[in-house]
Structures are given as structure tokens and as C-alpha cells.
Design a protein around this ligand. Structure first.
Ligand code: ADP
Ligand code: MG
Length: 376
């Protein structure tokens, strides 16, 4: 009987490590990148994203560890022979060349015949919607257009992999979103593998099929944006991505905990939890429903829901709903949502019932206070 052979990843990082003197910038990371995927390194400044990307590109040499392309080591392959295109935040276009020649440059140095070169440049000009600007010099282009030239130049020699380090970081929000849409389309059309670096979680969510979350030189979360958001693997990722509420509860069994004399059912577990221990229960604000007490009294608690009591500290009107800042008897704070038509009795200072579905909570038995402090 034959065992079906699994295809190897396009790029494999094995215990990849980079030290600068005593300082560890990238700490023994392991990662497999599939052919054709759009993977984003997301993390705050200094977390090791660019260093990792630079090692893949060949601009930095790892202190130890391995980088494989297919099954071959890239460690001793010079940067320009890796078949990798690169785009940075700061466009390094040649000011004296027009758009067409800037884009054609990688083909010129590879001595591609003129007819083929012109054809490729024309195709890529269309792809990045710059056909009408082909004869302009960079000084006569907007920031967004310049960055499209940089992207076109990286794509024109059809690299197997495109690395992008905060390529849209210098652009304003609207333009950034337009280019994000274009990038997604380019990725879909060319089927190229893209490894993208950003510190902007909206951008990571919008672009990527998978996100690797970097913290202190390590990858602490890896998966689709949806999975990382809905079931974060740890409290740091829960706090880092989007908004989150954390309640400290005391486990009674493997699936129930005590919170201020109330019993709550635990949600997604990342580990077998210890009994009679303080654990962290996380619920996203949009999954926290705030009900006036009278209303809660008339709506029996469904089997799969939890309920605790809290006091309203502040409400903010958002049209169809109110965001409520709440505080529990023991002083734990959380944010929740009240539906506007049910809001009449959700006013500051009143006691309310707070409900969430068990499946919308995640539980962690290991965390640090720093993990759950929102880094902004
Ligand atoms: P990110 O791209 O996530 O913002 P980097 O990969 O650029 O982070 O940097 C990771 C850490 O390594 C930072 O603390 C940075 O100061 C440090 N670092 C990067 N390059 C060097 C260098 N050439 N010498 C010393 N430290 C460096
Ligand atoms: Mg960086």
C-alpha cells in the first residue's frame, strides 16, 4: 500500500535565529510557507518581522538555523539568486528613468531581449494600472503611484516569492486601502507567494490568508485572521488582535468556574485546566450582551449562555446599539453591547445582567499582566 506523498512547503524556516551581540532579534522560529499563499508577519515595532524577512531575502545572515526553498538550503545562496522580489516602504526608484525603464530595469540587467522585455513591461504596467504614466519620471508621480511602480518592478521578472516590508506604510489610509485591494487582486491573478510585513492589524486581516503574530522575536500565533480572532491561542494574541474582555474566574471542574458567587461555563480551552485555580476568561465586546434586569428576568437564560451581574459605568450611543462600560462587584471591568431598543433601563449606575454564549469565550491558564494590557 502506498502512502500518499505530502508536498513539501515552498519555504521552511527551521529554528531560525538572529542575534545582534547579546540581543536576540529572532528567536529560533519555525515556519512553513505554502506555495501561492499570502502570509503576513504582524507584530509591534521591534518584534523581529523585518529581520526575519531580511534573512529570507538574503540581506541578513542568520546566526543559526535553516532556510529552505523547496528542499534546498538558501543560507549560502546570494540574495540576487534566490528568485525573490522585494518591496520596501521607501521606494527606491531611479529618479532619472521614466516609469517604463524603472520597471524594465530588472529585465535589462538580466539581458532579456528587447521585444520580450517591452511586452512584459506593458503587461505589468496594465496590471498595476500605470499604462498612462509609462513615460513619467518618479518625481511626477504620487506616493501611491510610486509604490505601484516599485511593486511592478519587483513582479516583472516573475519571482517565485514576493517579500513586502510595510510597503504601504507611508501612504494615507484611503490610498492604502485601494492598494490593499489591488494587491489582493494581483496575488489572485498571478498566484505568486507573498510574505508581507505590517504592524497594522486591519491591513493584515484585509490581505492575508494566514497571519504569523510576532512578539519579542517569536511567533506566538499562526493561522487565518478569523481563527486567530475567534479562538486566539493565548492571552497575548487575544489582547493584541481587536478588543477583548478578560475576567479572572476560579475553576471548579474542567468546564465550569466560579465568578463572584456565580457559575459560568468555560469556552474554548487551550489546555487541560487545573481545578481550583484562577484562570482568564476572554470574551470579545461584540459577544457581550447587556440586558436591563427586568428584561433578563423575562428571558430565561438559554442552556449555552452565561450570565453575571455588573453595574453600568458609561454608555456610548452608536446608532443601533450602545457600547457599555461595565464594572463587576469585585471591580473587574468589561465592555459590552446593548441593543438600542432594549436600552431604556441601561443607564449609568444601574445594575444589569451581562450574558455571553459559552462558545464565544476562550480560557487561558497562563498569562502575564503585560500580555493583557493593550499595546497601542
Ligand atoms: P520589526 O521589523 O518587527 O519592527 P526588526 O526585525 O527590525 O523589528 O528588529 C527586531 C529587533 O532587532 C529590534 O529590537 C531592533 O532594534 C533589533 N535590530 C535590528 N537590526 C539590528 C542591527 N543591525 N543591530 C542591532 N540590533 C538590530
Ligand atoms: Mg520592520
Amino acid at each position: 500500500m502506498s502512502i500518499s506523498k505530502s508536498t513539501s512547503p515552498l519555504v521552511t524556516l527551521k529554528l531560525l535565529n538572529k542575534e545582534y551581540g547579546q540581543f536576540t532579534a529572532v528567536n529560533h522560529i519555525n515556519l512553513e510557507i505554502e506555495k501561492g499563499e499570502f502570509l503576513t508577519f504582524l507584530g509591534s515595532s521591534g518584534s523581529g518581522k523585518s529581520t526575519t524577512l531580511s534573512m529570507i531575502a538574503g540581506f541578513e545572515t542568520p546566526t543559526s538555523g535553516e532556510i529552505l526553498l523547496h528542499d534546498d538550503s538558501l543560507i549560502h545562496v546570494p540574495s540576487h539568486k534566490r528568485g525573490i522580489g522585494m518591496v520596501f516602504q521607501h521606494y527606491s526608484l531611479f529618479p532619472h528613468m521614466n516609469v517604463r525603464d524603472n520597471i524594465g530595469f530588472p529585465l535589462d540587467i538580466r539581458k532579456v531581449p528587447k521585444a520580450e522585455r517591452d511586452k512584459k513591461v506593458d503587461e505589468i504596467l496594465k496590471l498595476v494600472q500605470l499604462a498612462d504614466f509609462a513615460d513619467r519620471r518618479p518625481a511626477m508621480l504620487s506616493g501611491g503611484q510610486k509604490q505601484r511602480v516599485a511593486i511592478a518592478r519587483a513582479l516583472v521578472y516573475e519571482p517565485e516569492i514576493l517579500l513586502m516590508d510595510e510597503p504601504l506604510g507611508a501612504l494615507d489610509k484611503k490610498l492604502r486601502e485601494d492598494l490593499q485591494d489591488e494587491l489582493r487582486q494581483i496575488h489572485r491573478r498571478l498566484g505568486i507567494t507573498i510574505i508581507y510585513v505590517t504592524h497594522d492589524q486591519d491591513e493584515a486581516m484585509r490581505l492575508s490568508e494566514r497571519i504569523a503574530i510576532f512578539k519579542d522575536g517569536e511567533i506566538v500565533g499562526l493561522g487565518s485572521g478569523t481563527d486567530l480572532y475567534n479562538t486566539p491561542p493565548n492571552a497575548f494574541v487575544a489582547s493584541f488582535l481587536g478588543n477583548s474582555n478578560f475576567l479572572k474566574v476560579r475553576t471548579q471542574t474542567h468546564c465550569e468556574a466560579q465568578f463572584e458567587q456565580q457559575t459560568v461555563k468555560l469556552g474554548h480551552l487551550t489546555a487541560q485546566l487545573p481545578i481550583q485555580a484562577e484562570v482568564l476568561l476572554m470574551v470579545r465586546p461584540e459577544n457581550i450582551h447587556v440586558l436591563p434586569k427586568e428584561l433578563a428576568a423575562n428571558q430565561p437564560l438559554p442552556e449555552d449562555m452565561n450570565e453575571i451581574t455588573a453595574t453600568v459605568e458609561e454608555t456610548v450611543f452608536l446608532g443601533e446599539s450602545y457600547t457599555c462600560s461595565l464594572i463587576t462587584a469585585s471591580g473587574q471591568r468589561l465592555m459590552g453591547k446593548a441593543v438600542a431598543r432594549e436600552h431604556t433601563n441601561v443607564s449609568v449606575g444601574t445594575q444589569v445582567k451581562v450574558r455571553w454564549a459559552t462558545q464565544h469565550s476562550c480560557v487561558y491558564d497562563q498569562w502575564s499582566e503585560q500580555d493583557i494590557m493593550k499595546a497601542s
